[in-house]
Design a protein around this ligand. Structure first.
Ligand code: SF4
Length: 151
């Protein structure tokens, strides 16, 4: 049995090819946590029913509530469903911490992409849909950029 309460980690950081472009963003420190049984990889966007690969999505409103793909499809319901599933898993395993991919509209814990009226995307302060829900659930959030070592 693991000695620590399990963490959730963004699955793309753990080497799973679940990103919108069908690729991973493997971080060896996160892979190590998973291999030691101290972290569980999750991808909120896949859990919300979105395919892989998929069109990238970004927040399109000031309140960071609505998400659209580049072709204009509203994918807010899928993002919300994925966040709910991640929260259900966090509750089930008693997770107290999550290490999440920064700037993702699901997983960003401090910064996210927001599409501007001219179609460009900017990084703005805010949280992704799943990150927000996990923080409300009481989990401590870290990004991969804040993880400094294997602990
Ligand atoms: S939703 Fe999160 S886990 Fe899934 S690909 Fe995006 S950043 Fe990675």
């Amino acid at each position: 049995m693991p000695q620590h309460p399990p963490r959730l980690v963004s699955a793309c950081l753990a080497g799973l090819r679940c990103r919108y472009d069908g690729r991973a963003r493997t971080d060896p420190r996160i892979v190590e946590l998973v291999c030691r049984g101290e972290a569980i990889p999750v991808c909120p966007e896949q859990l919300g029913g979105l395919p892989t690969p998929r069109e990238a999505a970004a927040f399109v409103d000031e309140a960071l509530g609505r998400l659209e793909t580049r072709s204009g499809q509203d994918v807010t319901p899928q993002f919300e469903r994925g966040a709910e599933e991640v929260v259900r898993l966090a509750r089930a395993v008693g997770a107290r911490e999550a290490i999440l991919k920064e700037r993702s509209p699901s997983c960003g814990s401090r910064w996210v992409y927001q599409r501007q009226p001219d179609g460009t995307e900017q990084v703005v302060p805010g949280q992704g849909v799943a990150a927000r829900r996990l923080q409300a659930e009481g989990l401590r959030l870290l990004s991969e950029e804040e993880v400094t070592g294997g602990e």
